[in-house]
Design a protein around this ligand. Structure first.
Ligand code: SF4
Length: 93
């Protein structure tokens, strides 16, 4: 379960944030480039500007996925990624 105490310190204060479970998938930076950036040294995203208008709010919530906060969406993506990482894609001949 995500814990606000684990949010990265680069996040600006506010309701949207990225915590230490970020898998660096790039979705947030593609969807809301006005709000998310990548920490190249750390290999993760962070919120550098909170949503300031309805468009940015919608992008931060990402209409393609349910959820009212980026934290919830990030958890969903992490779950998918973790499931894929645990999947054995090897084939037997
Ligand atoms: S969408 Fe979530 S997991 Fe992907 S880069 Fe952004 S914060 Fe990280």
């Amino acid at each position: 379960m995500a814990d606000p105490a684990n949010r990265y310190p680069e996040n600006v204060p506010g309701k949207f944030y990225v915590d230490d479970q970020c898998i660096d998938c790039d979705l947030c930076r593609e969807t809301a480039p006005a709000n998310f950036k990548r920490n190249d040294d750390g290999g993760h995203s962070y919120v550098y500007k909170q949503a300031e208008n309805p468009d940015e709010e919608a992008r931060c919530n990402d209409g393609r996925l349910p959820g009212r906060s980026h934290r919830q969406r990030r958890l969903r993506f992490s779950s998918v990624a973790n499931a894929l990482l645990k999947t054995d894609f090897s084939f037997r001949l």
